[in-house]
Design a protein around this ligand. Sequence first.
Ligand code: SF4
Length: 374
Amino acid sequence: MNQTASYGDPARFVTRLHVAEDCLDLPYTQEIIERARLPVTVVGERDVPAIDGEYPHNLSAGKRHLLLCRNRGAFFKPCPATREYRCCDYQVLNIGMNCPMDCVYCILQAYLNNPWLSFFVNVEDLFAELDAALAAEPARFFRIGTGEFTDSLALDSLTRLSPRLVEYMAGRDNAVLELKSKSVNTDNLEGLDHRGRTIVAWSLNSPPIMAREEIRTATLEERLQAAAQCAGWGYTLAFHFDPIILHPGWEEGYRYTINRLFATVPATSIAWISLGALRYLPPLKQIAATRFPGSRFFYQEFIDGLDGKRRYFRTQRVAMYRFILNELQRHAHSRTCLYFCMENDTIWQDVFGFVPKDRGGLPAMLDRAACWPA
Ligand code: SF4
């Protein structure tokens, strides 16, 4: 059951930096160039990194290329939720696009159309935007995450963005930041005065799924050891069982991961644990079939959800959720918020026996959970 092969830091998959001409002189750009010690290509304002082949076939090669550029859009936006499924009112802080790891089910494959990784170096604009947003609604509590269009920590050994974010968040009373990862690039989090305003989170799965379908990610034991270390540094933790995938031995697999989680990490450090069964935009199946012909899990039976994504049948989802929830509830602290990412009230009622509005709504449930550990 134990997945032992360690890839190490996924940032080492990157072999070339591309720097947008208008960012070349920024001190942060120069800092990253110096640290990375990789060949650098300067690209003009209207140019893009030259990667051979067509998207998505060139994604595997593209993930070796990191573009340092300016974010010309908004850094800070609400998570793209849908009306039909209960959403958690999360705010996305967009630090870059794409990721050096390579999960077969990664939704970014269908969402993006560039194969390279991007990291936004105009962080002064990012902090100015955060300042304005948090100051505009001082009575509101913000849960913010950087792991929507990339992995929060996968490139942190190159960028060292996390200490800047953690120290910024330490000075805000109406927000928490969730850094969500499948890597164990947590060295930069040590010794920071985080004031409980940063939550370090990992996605977890059944060991065969982690080993087969999550390429260049940290092993289960690596993730849990890193989480335990972060708890030792006083950070609050979170975990996400997402996507839950039906596979031979799934019950044994998820039970094993949950047992290892609570054997390694103090239950009192965990603010929330989410559950989300596999869901995907239809084009993702074809992309994954082309890039990962050995993967079989997309060839199961699915229904089209109201948000245009395919999901397992309701009875199947309920069966998986009930099993995993039961295992979690055997160990979890009563104040840890266990919740669904993007499920409807019928499923909530069937599995949890209540719907979020009975407890003030999912955002309020998570806001309460964000503040209790430590
Ligand atoms: S770690 Fe996350 S962002 Fe990176 S490939 Fe996997 S699912 Fe996508």
